[in-house]
Design a protein around this ligand. Structure first.
Ligand SMILES: NC(=O)c1ccc[n+]([C@@H]2O[C@H](COP(=O)([O-])OP(=O)(O)OC[C@H]3O[C@@H](n4cnc5c(N)ncnc54)[C@H](O)[C@@H]3O)[C@@H](O)[C@H]2O)c1
Ligand SMILES: [Zn+2]
Length: 356
């Protein structure tokens, strides 16, 4: 099913027009406790489609993106009489679009859904691209389905209530898209100050549109992640290891985008070592990350654990090889690159020198 992406700050009109075009009065809105508080009241007071909809509320956060929440959504859809003609509107960050998308993809073998991302990370990453799912058995996104939303409505209106940390987390994925695209896109992103944005919200919407376009082009060429889509893993082999380390070993979780930001620095160092990625661009990027994201503290005693976490990344087919997407230059990704433990340790050493 083709996925329409609508970029607008006239969100209410967009929702109502879209729901009207789908030809059903049966609308179910899925929110978490935060979007129920910050976003839902605006929609309920202004949108005809949402005013008359059934609301399904789940607990917030990735820790709640599991079978219990999924079952709650299925049960409420069932109890409240949803049919195959119903439409689900997912109002939230990536947790809601993943969970709600999967619930919709599976309820009665699939009902249509609309994503209304309310976080920057949701807008530029999770809500687009057709991946839905839940965490299961202690593993992230272990159960899921590829299913496109009928439409994704992207607006910057709801970001006002997001903590800056959340904005920066999403912005890291935009920087990743910039690295995958070209030097001009990356430079434009590094000029925009997400922490002190200009008064015109349209500029951010424009940057988001460009960023999503980059992701869309990659996804269109490889919808089921057999090849080109792996380029989107840039920064994520090391990033996921940092994220798991912070969560499971240090019991002090870090936002996903921060982990990816630091992971991109390490992977650009590896890119320089193995593919000749230009060192001036590497230094500028590392400096930008240091300035906006700070530094993820690691010591060499922690290297073995970090390497083990990289090897267990589920995107790696054979645990003895750690697989990366690296860059020859900005806009020139190379997938399925392997690195030895010694090369990765050297890259981690340089990371510590560069941005500590
Ligand atoms: N499907 C994909 O391709 C894909 C890609 C990347 C990430 N993801 C998934 O996305 C999730 C992370 O996304 P996220 O960072 O958006 O997390 P999230 O959905 O958990 O949202 C982060 C926090 O912000 C709150 N929130 C959401 N909108 C708000 C608003 N407008 N104002 C105030 N608070 C608001 C949420 O309640 C939550 O507490 C993870 O579950 C991850 O696995 C999926
Ligand atoms: Zn990511």
């Amino acid at each position: 099913m083709a996925q329409e992406i609508i970029y607008t700050n006239l969100v209410i009109e967009a929702i109502d027009d879209l729901v009207a075009s789908l030809g059903t009065p049966s609308v179910y809105v899925i929110v978490d406790v935060n979007t129920a508080k910050f976003v839902l009241p605006i929609l309920q007071s202004q949108s005809e489609a949402v005013k008359n909809a059934e609301i399904i509320t789940v607990l917030a956060g990735d820790v709640n993106k599991g079978p219990d929440a999924l079952q709650k959504v299925w049960k409420e859809l069932s109890d409240k009489g949803a049919t195959r003609k119903s439409v689900v509107i997912n109002v939230g960050g990536g947790m809601i679009t993943d969970l709600g998308g999967f619930a919709a993809a599976t309820f009665k073998r699939g009902v249509r859904f609309i994503n209304l991302p309310t976080t920057l990370l949701g807008a530029v990453d999770a809500a687009v691209g057709g991946k839905t799912g839940i965490n299961f058995n202690g593993l992230k996104n272990e159960i899921g389905a590829f299913q496109d939303a009928v439409a994704v409505i992207i607006s910057t209106l709801f970001f006002n209530t997001l903590p800056m940390q959340q904005m920066l987390s999403g912005y890291a994925e935009m920087l990743k898209h910039g690295l995958l695209d070209d030097k001009a896109t990356l430079a434009e992103l590094m000029r925009y100050n997400i922490e002190n944005p200009p008064a015109t919200p349209d500029l951010l919407l424009h940057l988001i549109e460009k960023s999503v376009g980059i992701k869309q082009a990659v996804v269109a060429s490889d919808p089921h992640e057999n090849g080109a889509r792996k380029t989107l893993n840039l920064g994520h082999t090391v990033g996921h290891a940092f994220e798991s380390f912070a969560m499971d070993v240090e019991h002090s979780p870090i936002p996903h985008g921060y982990a990816v930001a630091w992971g991109m620095v390490v992977e650009l160092i590896l890119s320089h070592m193995k593919l000749g990625f230009p060192s001036d661009t590497l230094h500028q990027f590392a400096q930008y990350i240091k300035e906006h994201y700070g530094y993820f503290q690691i010591t060499c005693e922690q290297y073995p654990q970090l390497l083990q976490l990289m090897a267990h990344d589920k995107k790696n087919d054979t645990p003895e090889h750690i697989v990366f997407t690296l860059l020859k230059d900005v806009g020139q990704p190379v997938i399925d690159q392997t690195a030895t433990a010694d090369e990765i340790k050297s890259a981690l050493d340089i990371y510590r020198d560069l941005i500590q």
